[in-house]
Every structure is written in structure tokens, then in C-alpha cells.
Design a protein around this ligand. Structure first.
Ligand SMILES: [Zn+2]
Length: 88
């Protein structure tokens, strides 16, 4: 009786390495989970309180406001309001 092609140790190693792979993959794919310490756009420091309030925050208050404005424009929500303020 020859011993099998794989020892129990080898099987255990395979299991371990596939778990490590899964963890590594999960780490590299952090979706929007991690909050940034500095703004993605202007690199301003994002206050701790803001990071805790908004999980996955990537922008400082100023840049977020700009983004919100852009979003409003695209959705047409703020179109009339901005036109009025340009005229006055
Ligand atoms: Zn910013």
C-alpha cells in the first residue's frame, strides 16, 4: 500500500491558501467601504466626524457640495434656481 498522492498536510495547505486568496481578493476590492482620510479631489483633510458619519466618504465638504450641484444639474432638479441666480 503506497501512501496517497496527497498528505493531509498538503490538503490543509491548499485550504489555507484558498482562504488567503479570498481575503486578499476581498481586500483589493474594497468597494466604497473605506472612508478616505483626505479628499479624493483636493486632498483636504476629511474630519474624523465626517468620516464616521458617512461610511465610505471620499470627498471633503466643499467637493461634496460641488458634486451635489453637478448631480442636481443632471437630474434637472436645480435648473430653474441656478438660472434665476445667474440673472440677478
Ligand atoms: Zn475636496
Amino acid at each position: 500500500m503506497a501512501s496517497g498522492w496527497a498528505s493531509d498536510d498538503a490538503v490543509q495547505e491548499q485550504i489555507d491558501s484558498s482562504i488567503e486568496d479570498a481575503i486578499a481578493r476581498a481586500r483589493s476590492q474594497l468597494p466604497t467601504g473605506a472612508s478616505l482620510s483626505h479628499c479624493e479631489e483636493c486632498e483636504a483633510l476629511i474630519p474624523e466626524a465626517r468620516r464616521q458619519a458617512i461610511p465610505g466618504v471620499r470627498l471633503c465638504v466643499a467637493c461634496q457640495a460641488e458634486h451635489d450641484k453637478e448631480q442636481a444639474k443632471f437630474s434637472g432638479y436645480n435648473r430653474r434656481g441656478s438660472k434665476d441666480s445667474q440673472l440677478r
